[in-house]
Design a protein. Structure first.
Length: 293
């Protein structure tokens, strides 16, 4: 990260297990706040430029400020651990999925109760993706199904089942009617949300696919793999255009890579992606060369 640090003038911090920093960046760069959840935080997502939403083992969904760390809203309604959270683009709506097999929609400036329910899955819900216009929601579950919903009425608009398709993550392609899905069957699928049919299946990987993300221009997709003892654990860059080929792999994690994301591109910086792993590391990669920053 030497080149990046020299450009932005910031030193990273290394944390001990108890959370105290060994080395800090500029004065005031690190803030500590009281816990928002009573227990493990299981998922987090950006809501607005200065807000984030998180879910926890305490069954709660919390909206917090990035700047102050303060919890602005706390929603209670699920009966079991929250597994996924996401938000509708350019809106104040938050969606949460849970081990109680339900999905709920909350309004940031609404009542404390859920604005809409989306019941119907038979097992834990493990994937959430909202359409670019916020009118539709896709959900995936370990029950091998993907469902499409009307966010206003809560009506199920479609349901598709594929044997052994234990969904791990869903991501809507910006500006397109397509949804990317990863699965425990080691497959990445591209769904056409209009008919809720698989439009393309990428070549099967050697390990479970744990997470996916799509670039803001809709040209590329990332997926991450499970692994252990240095086997697997890679992230893969896929072409979403007509060829739909595997472009490259990012290797360097020693255990399961749990998440992958395209990072916003800064001035004079190459396009980058980030991955996190059970090996206790987060790595940043040059998207086009596969080199680590």
């Amino acid at each position: 990260m030497g080149k990046l640090q020299s450009k932005i003038g910031f030193r990273t911090s290394k944390y001990r297990a108890e959370g105290s920093p060994e080395e800090m960046g500029p004065a005031g760069a690190v803030h500590q706040h009281g816990p928002v959840h009573a227990g493990a935080v299981t998922c987090v997502a950006a809501l607005q430029p200065d807000l984030c939403v998180s879910g926890g083992g305490d069954k709660a969904v919390a909206v917090c400020s990035w700047r102050s760390g303060a919890a602005l809203r706390r929603f209670i309604g699920h009966e079991r651990e929250v597994t996924k959270v996401t938000s509708a683009p350019d809106s104040n709506r938050v969606f949460s999925a849970s081990r109680d097999r339900t999905v709920m929609m909350w309004e940031l400036h609404g009542t404390s109760g859920p604005r809409q329910h989306f019941p119907g899955h038979e097992l834990v819900v493990t994937g959430l993706a909202v359409s670019p216009d916020g009118s539709q929601l896709c959900t995936g579950s370990r029950d091998n199904t993907v469902c499409k919903w009307d966010t206003e009425t809560g009506k199920c608009l479609g349901r598709a089942a594929i044997s052994r398709n234990l969904v791990t993550h869903l991501c809507w392609v910006p500006g397109a009617p397509y949804v990317i899905q990863t699965s425990e069957d080691k497959t990445v699928r591209l769904w056409d949300s209009r008919a809720l049919q698989v439009a393309h299946t990428f070549p099967t990987k050697r390990h479970i696919q744990t997470c996916c993300d799509v670039s803001q221009d809709g040209r590329y997709c990332l997926s991450s793999s499970s692994g252990s003892a240095g086997e697997g654990g890679e992230a893969t860059l896929w072409d979403l255009r007509q060829a739909r080929n595997q472009l490259r792999e990012y290797r360097g994690h020693f255990q399961t890579t749990t998440s992958c994301v395209f990072l916003p591109r800064g001035p004079a910086l190459p396009p980058t992606v980030a991955t996190s792993s059970y090996d206790s590391t987060v790595k940043v990669w040059d998207r086009d060369t596969g080199g680590r920053g």
